[in-house]
Design a protein around this ligand. Structure first.
Ligand code: URA
Length: 213
């Protein structure tokens, strides 16, 4: 078993997600809710972050605390919609480095095209966090996971807002079984429609984040 799946189960997540799904929710509120959901998700996603002991002096006595161990964790939003998740993630993990991966689906062939890459070549020892709100067919995430793994990533964790069962199945069947990775989502929805939109979903996350109509 290479894939760990976590579907968040929390009243705050459910409430915020319902407002997010509403087609009448404006972009400004949509962006804020995405940030808040990611921050809640990030708390779970960083549970296994490596830490090291560090001496600290309180006003009362010296003691030993913990701090996030190096090398710095790497946050990788997948452009464009993943960018909407970046603030929520960095607010909880401000010392992380941020890289970018531009991947999109060719709407006619449904193939994944990598059109931008601003990541360190060597990811040895790096704990990597991929951000992409909609895990639909899973094609983008499969490509991104293989990409990070080939460059030596130590751990790969994907934060999503909504996932489709078809995408989860594809990850299980297509990602190289030697790769361990963790997928978190705020909801696991019903299915994909013929246009590969998640049902009930929330529509096109990029358009709703950035106000394209
Ligand atoms: N991407 C989106 O933005 N929405 C979906 O429902 C599926 C993929």
């Amino acid at each position: 078993m290479t894939m760990k799946l976590t579907v968040l189960d929390h009243p705050l997540v459910d409430h915020k997600l319902t407002v997010l799904r509403d087609k009448n929710t404006p972009s400004s509120l949509f962006r804020r809710l995405v940030s808040e959901l990611v921050t809640l998700e990030a708390y779970e996603a960083t549970r296994d972050l490596a830490v090291e002991d560090v001496p600290v002096e309180t006003p009362v006595a010296p003691t030993v605390g913990k701090r996030i161990a190096g090398p710095r964790p790497l946050i990788v939003p997948i452009l464009r919609a993943g960018l909407g998740m970046l603030d929520g993630m960095t607010s909880l993990l401000p010392t992380a480095e941020v890289g970018f991966l531009g991947m999109k689906r060719d709407e006619s062939t449904l193939d994944i095209i990598t059109y931008a890459n601003r990541l360190p070549d060597d990811l040895s020892g790096r704990q990597c966090f991929l951000l992409d709100p909609m895990l639909a067919t899973g094609g983008t995430l499969v490509a991104a996971i293989h990409y990070l793994h080939e460059r030596g990533a130590k751990t790969i964790t994907s934060l999503n807002i909504i996932a489709a069962p078809e995408g989860i199945k594809r990850l299980r069947e297509t990602v190289d079984p030697s790769i361990d990775f963790h997928v978190l989502t705020c909801a696991l929805d019903d299915h994909l429609n013929e246009q590969a939109y998640i049902v009930p979903g929330l529509g096109d996350a990029g358009d709703r984040l950035y106000g394209v109509v």
